[in-house]
Design a protein around this ligand. Structure first.
Ligand code: G2H
Length: 256
């Protein structure tokens, strides 16, 4: 099937709700200026939890062609989990997507493959599409070669998951994140192809053919087109460069 390219801005812990509204408004103007066609690329932003209601209101008021989601979700639906945010609440805010298993959650907050799996199941219980992140460290790459660790992470994250409920996969090599040193398009393609192979194995050709597999790690305007030219790379998860309106506007206007 045809896969619409997906360009996602992961804001991480940046932009308060006022800044988020200003940024989203600028992004909308930029898309309008460019006569952006949503068939060419789906544009999404992932603000901090405290911004989501404001971003939702702005997008809904003007029917802006911008999707949004959260950067994390609790594995639980409600109860005594201080500080956690339920997928039920995100669904009420009409989040289409949620990032799950970002390497910063895995390394800085101790998330395991089992936690990531439980969060994917939670997102699906509430009709939210996970943007499921996998990726290897420099040491993993050295010890196990490309693909082995991301493939194992993906298999673990998808235990008891129904592919038909919708997934986006993001391959983010930890050594490329925020380092300015992106993977080469060939490296990204090799791993994204292997990840699609896992999807084919678990869910069949149709789901594998429809699922977007993104690359993330130091994506910027100058390298986006080189990644999108690869047959198994369907978009990008953009961190640092998603916070600069000119840079992010150029990224979403990529031309293959
Ligand atoms: C990887 C990426 C966004 P950056 O974390 O998820 O960040 O583009 O800053 O490398």
């Amino acid at each position: 099937g045809k896969r619409t390219p997906f360009i996602a801005g992961n804001w991480k812990m940046n932009l308060d709700h006022l800044q988020a509204v200003a940024f989203t408004q600028k992004l909308a103007w930029s898309l309008k200026d460019a006569k952006h066609d949503p068939a060419d690329a789906e544009v999404a932003v992932f603000p901090p939890f405290t911004d989501i209601r404001s971003v939702q209101t702005l997008i809904a008021a003007d029917n802006l062609p911008i999707a949004y989601g959260a950067q994390d979700v609790s594995a639980h639906d409600s109860g005594a989990y201080t500080g956690e945010v339920s997928g039920a609440f995100l669904a009420k805010l009409e989040c289409a997507y949620v990032i799950i298993g970002h390497s910063e959650r895995r390394t800085l907050h101790g998330e395991t493959d089992a936690d990531v799996n439980a969060k994917v199941l939670a997102a699906h219980r509430h009709g939210i599409v996970p943007v499921l992140c996998v990726g290897e460290t420099a040491e993993d790459l050295e010890a196990h070669g490309p693909s082995a660790v991301p493939v194992a992470q993906l298999r673990a994250a998808l235990e008891n998951v129904e592919g038909a409920k919708g997934l986006v996969i993001a391959y983010e090599p930890v050594w490329a994140i925020g380092s300015g040193q992106a993977a080469t398009p060939q490296q990204a393609e090799q791993v994204c192809e292997a990840l699609r192979g896992v999807l084919r194995d678990l869910f069949g050709d149709e789901v594998a053919g429809e699922t977007r597999v993104l690359y993330g790690g130091s994506v910027k305007a100058a390298n986006i087109a080189s990644f999108l030219r690869e047959p198994n790379v369907d978009g990008a998860l953009v961190g640092g460069a998603s916070l600069d309106i000119d840079e992010f506007s150029s990224i979403v206007r990529f031309k293959k």
